[in-house]
Design a protein. Sequence first.
Length: 151
Amino acid sequence: MSLKKQIEEKLNIALKAKDKNTYPTLRLIVSAIKDAEIAGRSKGKESLAESDIIGLLKKMIKQRNESCEVYKKAGRKELLENETKEIQVINQFLPKQLSDEETKKICEDTIKSVGAQSMKDMGKVMGALKSKNLDSLDFSKVSNIIKDLLK
């Protein structure tokens, strides 16, 4: 079953169960997918690929993480909790992310294989990582790990 169909099915289940913690977020996801499909049609694309939907979901999580930071600084616990719940709902549809230890190990191996010596080589390392591990790595963490390793 495609990712889009899974999301739509979860939305129908949540609506029938009147799950007020889940269905608003699922509606946002479905709406964002439809908006992206409409925008893609003007470029000649019929529908979104799975990788496009995953990218869209990652973007939504990034936006919510940024909002969480703002809410933490402002002391807005109720809004922070709401954003955290939305992140949990969105994460259900993303591929499993590697742990910090696994991410560091992959970064170390890639630095060795590319032959990176300094921060000037960070682009090579990131390119190699993105070509092999795009869906399984959190690149905000990867960036910090590589900076630490290449100092």
